[in-house]
Each structure stands twice: as structure tokens, then as C-alpha cells.
Design a protein around this ligand. Structure first.
Ligand code: GLU
Length: 419
């Protein structure tokens, strides 16, 4: 068994969550419950590297809430991962599944290792070691992992295999984001991007924005940012003029040829110097005078210090927690609309939910079924958040926390966990 921390580290929820709790008259005792995960598991993974060395890296699984269904959340392989980050992200997952109104809770996992530099065989060893360490805390009705930063469908396939070896029976619903041939779902790879696009479309209707094309800058050209760039480039209402990776950004005033840029990145490992583009720094990209800024990279990218530079009118959080709480308040004072992560990026976990349903039923849906069902859930979540924001006269993030917390509180009350 992995070690259990007896006093789990607290969840750092954004200021907007605290405002939502106040508006919902959440008392101190319940507030305490919201600030702590149900369980925190920790382990040291021993990994044999290809060069013959053995390294030992810390890993975590944090289960925040299962009041609304089995714990659910991705696993990241990143050199900056620590317990505080995994704990906060586990909390965000519970609010995301509640905003999406799907019958799942929230959890998160992480390994402190640079996933980008691992060979396929090393990545497989990390994936299997993670499941050997935490498999007993997982299960299709207990806790269901998924991909996150630097983990992908192949990683999920190895994790499934290791889990099934452990329990001795087939159990595809233990993990989502699997390869299609290992009972993954149609549309899972592009789900977060497509969900983000549906949110953006709905936002334009809601704000009655008729102008087009709207210019877009995207921070992050990974699966999520790159996927959204592709979708937006197929819609004449949008024009993607800049996109970045971890090293560099590229820009073209009249719009990028996204397929070209993605191909260049595939070939050279970076977007830098893609044909017919100008190179920019990451901070220059954040400061572009665009209509929409999409944050699809890491946490804490827009801070109290650099928020002054942001000129976009709309900020879409496709990554988890890319805008700090201090920056959030300042952006809101400047009338910049921030669409929060717990609404903007729910597409991934919603299609994970569909994958889990298909696994439990052993009956598989078409890509168009997935898209129709995803759109329905996103539109409803958007409308619920917009209504809560209007009723309480608050920004979208506070509105989203009001929706999520109300659903969590109702479940906790009906279970008798709170009164
Ligand atoms: N890692 C994704 C997220 O942060 C997906 C999680 C899931 O599908 O469980 O939302």
C-alpha cells in the first residue's frame, strides 16, 4: 500500500471560491471540509532508466471528494509537480465534474519527473510503477485516472495493463483516455479543445458579439492548445494570429497557417522559425492586442505583475489555474472577461465520463454521438454558470464556483456529511 498522509495538505482554492462560499452561507465547519481532500497517498517510485541508472522519484494520488461519484482526475509527469499542486488540482477536478453535472468526484495524480525527456520504455516503466504504487486506491467505482500534462493514451494503455495484471480481471473502466483499440472513446483526444470551442461559441452568443473574425492568441501548442487552434482555423469567426510552445511563439498579423505551424513543430520540435511567421517571446504573446487570449499551457501564467500587459478582452483558461487569484481580480476590474478553467476545460473530463460509461456498458458510441452529447453538456454548464453569475452579479469564475459548490453541498447534505 502507498503511504497515507494522516494530515492531508490543504487545497488552495481561488478567492472566487471563497466568495462563492460566502454567498452560499457556507459555515466554517463545511468550509474546512472544502479545504481538505478526503485522502492523500504518497509513494517513491524506483525507475530503471535506459542508461542503466536507477532513479527514485516522488509520486502522489490525492482524492479530494467522492460526494458526487467515484474520484476522477488525470496524472501528470512533470519536474515541478509537488503535493501542494496535486492537492489543489484534485480540488479543481471536483468542482469541474460538479459544474459539468456528471456523476463523478475529483482527484489528481502526479509524478515528479520530466515526462518530455523520457523515452517510450522509460515512460512505460514510470506508468507501471505508478499503478503498482497506487493501484489499490484505484478502480472503476473508486478512483479513475486519465491523461494530464506529459501523459497520453499510450501511458493510459500501460496503466490499464498493469492494473488488470494486479486485479486479475478485465477492467477497462479503471482509466480513461486509453487508445481506441484498448476500449478508449472516440473524440477523447480532441475533447478538451472541442469543449473549449463550444464554450467560446456560447460566450460570443451570450455577449452578443457580432464582430468577426475575432483575433486569437494561444499560449500552448500541445494537444489542447494545438487542437483548439486547428478547430478555430476551420471557423471563419476566428483568426488565430499567434501560438507558443515552451521555447518560443510565432505570429502573423493576418492569421497563421495552423497546419503549417503544427507540421513545423512536429518536424523541428518547436514552432520557432515556422515559415511566413515572426518569432515572439512568450511574454510578447500574452501582451498582444487580440480579442481572445487562450491559456493552454501551465498554471500561474498571468500574475498580478504581468496582467497589466494583457490587452485581450476575453481570456479562456484551457489549462488548469493559469490565472492567479490576484490577477483574476485585477483583470475583472479592467472588464476583461475570464472564462474559468472549471468551465472552459471540462470537455476532457466529460468525454472521459463518456468513455467510462461505454466501458461499463461494453457498448461503444460513434464520434458524432460523442460530439452531440458533449455539446449538450457544455451548453447546459455554460447556461448554469451564466445564470448564477447574473443572479449574484459576480464574474464567471465566482458563478462557476457557486454552481459547483451548490451541487457538492447538496450531495454532502443528502448523505448526512453536513447538516
Ligand atoms: N486531465 C484532465 C483535466 O485536468 C482530464 C481529467 C479526466 O479526464 O479525468 O481535466
Amino acid at each position: 500500500m502507498p503511504k497515507v498522509m494522516l494530515t492531508p495538505l490543504g487545497v488552495v482554492l481561488p478567492t472566487a471560491a471563497q466568495t462563492a462560499f460566502k454567498l452560499l452561507s457556507v459555515n466554517d465547519a463545511t468550509g474546512q471540509l472544502f479545504l481538505h481532500p478526503d485522502h492523500t497517498y504518497t509513494a517513491q517510485l524506483s525507475i530503471d532508466m535506459d542508461d542503466g541508472q536507477t532513479i527514485v522519484v516522488p509520486a502522489w494520488r490525492v482524492q479530494y471528494s467522492n460526494a458526487r461519484g467515484p474520484y476522477k482526475g488525470g496524472i501528470r509527469f512533470h519536474s515541478d509537480v509537488d503535493l501542494a499542486e496535486v492537492t489543489t488540482l484534485a480540488g479543481l477536478m471536483a468542482f469541474k465534474t460538479a459544474v459539468a453535472n456528471i456523476p463523478l468526484g475529483g482527484s489528481k495524480g502526479g509524478v515528479r519527473i520530466d515526462g518530455r525527456t523520457l523515452s517510450a520504455t522509460e515512460r512505460e516503466r514510470v506508468a507501471r510503477a505508478y499503478i503498482r504504487a497506487f493501484g489499490q486506491c484505484l478502480g472503476p467505482t473508486r478512483d479513475i485516472p486519465a491523461p494530464d500534462i506529459n501523459t497520453d493514451s499510450a501511458t493510459m494503455g500501460w496503466m490499464l495493463d498493469e492494473y488488470e495484471r494486479m486485479v486479475g480481471f478485465s477492467s477497462p473502466g479503471v482509466i480513461t483516455g486509453k487508445p481506441l483499440s484498448l476500449f478508449g472513446s472516440q473524440g477523447r483526444n480532441s475533447a478538451t479543445s472541442l469543449g473549449g470551442k463550444y464554450v467560446l461559441d456560447k460566450l460570443l452568443d451570450h455577449l452578443n458579439i457580432k464582430k468577426h473574425p475575432l483575433t486569437v492568441a494561444i499560449q500552448g501548442v500541445g494537444n489542447v492548445g494545438g487542437g483548439l487552434a486547428r478547430l478555430l482555423s476551420e471557423d471563419s469567426r476566428y483568426r488565430v494570429i499567434a501560438i507558443s510552445d515552451t521555447h518560443s511563439a510565432v505570429y502573423h498579423q493576418t492569421g497563421l497557417d495552423i497546419l503549417d505551424v503544427l507540421q513545423h513543430k512536429e518536424k523541428t520540435g518547436s514552432v520557432e522559425n515556422a515559415e511566413y511567421t515572426h518569432n515572439l517571446t512568450n511574454s510578447e504573446l500574452l501582451a498582444l492586442p487580440v480579442d481572445i487570449l487562450v491559456l493552454a499551457a501551465l498554471e500561474n501564467q498571468v500574475t498580478a505583475v504581468n496582467q497589466k500587459e494583457v490587452q485581450a478582452k476575453i481570456v479562456l483558461e484551457l489549462a488548469n489555474h493559469p490565472v492567479t487569484s490576484e490577477a483574476d481580480e485585477l483583470l475583472s476590474q479592467r472588464d476583461i472577461v475570464v472564462v474559468p478553467d472549471i468551465l472552459a476545460n471540462i470537455g476532457g473530463v466529460v468525454v472521459s465520463y463518456f468513455e467510462w460509461v461505454q466501458n461499463q456498458q461494453n457498448f461503444y458510441w460513434s464520434e458524432s454521438d460523442i460530439q452531440v452529447r458533449l455539446r449538450q453538456i457544455i451548453y447546459t454548464a455554460f447556461a448554469d454558470v451564466a445564470q448564477a453569475s447574473a443572479t449574484h452579479n459576480v464574474d464567471f469564475r465566482t458563478g462557476a464556483y457557486i454552481v459547483g459548490a451548490t451541487r457538492l453541498l447538496t450531495a454532502m447534505r443528502l448523505r448526512g456529511v453536513i447538516h
